[in-house]
Write a protein that binds this ligand. Structure first.
Ligand SMILES: Cc1ncc(COP(=O)(O)O)c(C=O)c1O
Length: 381
């Protein structure tokens, strides 16, 4: 069979301003292209430990409390690993559901045999901590409460600090989906009492997709080891700890070293910039975009009191063909923006994450959107 040239899309760089992936930073791109190392090369072991340490620092998990490591797979694997590690069949799990990813979390908990109590809110609204806590009081043996800190399907932020504070002193574990928040908005696992958090590499950390950074408290890790020694193999946190943290390391799976180098560099860049400075940069870029969108007479999906900076969901204006606008943004301007996920109202989702979190990038997106909307395709019917 004759070989073919790379498809055009691979050759033309895109500005990725959808819900993720975002563009990787230049330093991370370089790191991803370094010569690979074997997963048992002695020179890789210090990089594993350094990466784990930096991840703990980015999550603001106290040193010595539990473990923070990136899994060799995407954000969903972090979600699944947490549910597999912490739930036994018959356990009760209270899950906040106000969009696509809360729904996925509830579904995964159900698949691991949990009795799931979903606390729901409409798309664009935040899940009420009061309702979660009332349900927890009614079910004191609940194994875990899980919420989505940054619901990417709508741009809504959960009041995680408030929930963590209210749950302090309880045995119930607090789990948070931080896929869109890590590196982009305030997140303090130890202060807030979050037992298990998972994220991804491709959004506010500024890497490509392929890793899921997780962080687990010591008490949750102890529970995972004691309660479920054989829940599965690939996501077994004790086995992963034996490779990533304990020395001498024990082979568990063939880690892709380019991914490790990319993650190491991404975390280094986050810490070099400083967490608060990075959160502020995301806040400034997102705030600017949102103000400009409102000035153009368009409306946002998220409740303004819970609006994320890094993800702006915009209602598609009446009569406009939203999907056609997305396609023209891509074809005519090289800019990706997202649409709504299944079950959501018609929307565009604009992400300013990681290296793309700047007022300049926001202005580039706005300029392209203005140009496309000037002769906007009208929705059929
Ligand atoms: C909030 C949230 N949770 C989970 C996921 C799943 O992550 P992945 O697609 O990397 O598996 C995503 C993906 O966008 C997300 O935004």
């Amino acid at each position: 069979m004759p070989t073919k040239a790379a498809p055009q899309a691979i050759l033309e760089p895109r500005l990725l301003c959808g819900p993720g992936p975002a563009n990787a930073s230049p330093g991370v791109m370089e790191a991803l292209a370094r010569p690979p190392l074997g997963h048992l090369d002695p020179d890789i072991f210090p990089i594993l430990l350094e990466t784990a340490q930096m991840l703990g620092a980015v999550y603001l998990r106290d040193e010595g409390d539990g473990m923070s490591i990136p899994l060799s797979s995407t954000g969903t694997s972090g979600m699944e690993t947490g549910m597999a590690a912490l739930l036994e069949p018959g356990d009760t799990a209270i899950v906040g559901v106000n969009g696509y990813f809360g729904r996925r979390l509830a579904e995964i908990a159900r698949r691991y045999g949990a009795n799931v109590i979903a606390i729901e809110a409409d798309w664009g609204e935040a899940v009420s901590n009061e309702k979660i806590l009332a349900e927890l009081d009614a079910n004191p043996g609940t194994r875990l409460v899980a919420v989505v800190h940054a619901e990417t399907s709508t741009g809504v932020r959960h009041d995680l600090a408030e929930l963590g504070e209210a749950m302090k002193g309880r045995e119930t574990f607090l789990v948070a989906d931080c896929v869109t928040s890590l590196g982009g908005s305030e997140l303090r696992l130890s202060d807030w009492g979050v037992d298990y958090a998972y994220s991804c590499s491709q959004k506010c950390l500024g890497m490509s997709s392929g890793m899921s950074p997780i962080s687990i408290s010591q008490r949750a890790l102890d529970h995972a080891k004691a309660a479920s020694p054989d829940y599965n193999f690939y996501m077994d946190l004790a086995l992963l700890e034996d490779y990533w943290i304990n020395r001498p390391p024990t082979y568990h799976h063939t880690l892709a070293s380019p991914m490790l180098f990319g993650m190491h560099e991404a975390l280094r860049e986050v810490l070099d910039e400083g967490l608060e400075a990075r959160w502020a940069r995301h806040a400034q870029a997102g705030g600017h975009l949102q103000e400009q969108i409102r000035e153009r007479g368009m409306t946002l999906v998220a409740d303004p009191d819970h609006q994320l900076a890094q993800l702006t969901a915009v209602h598609v204006p009446e009569g406009i063909d939203g999907k056609e606008v997305q396609l023209r943004m891509l074809r005519e301007h090289g800019i990706e923006i997202g649409g709504g996920l299944p079950g959501a109202p018609a929307m565009w989702r604009i992400g300013l994450m990681g290296t793309n979190a700047s007022v300049e990038t926001a202005d580039r997106v706005l300029e392209a959107l203005d140009a496309v909307l000037a002769d906007a395709p009208v929705a059929a019917g």
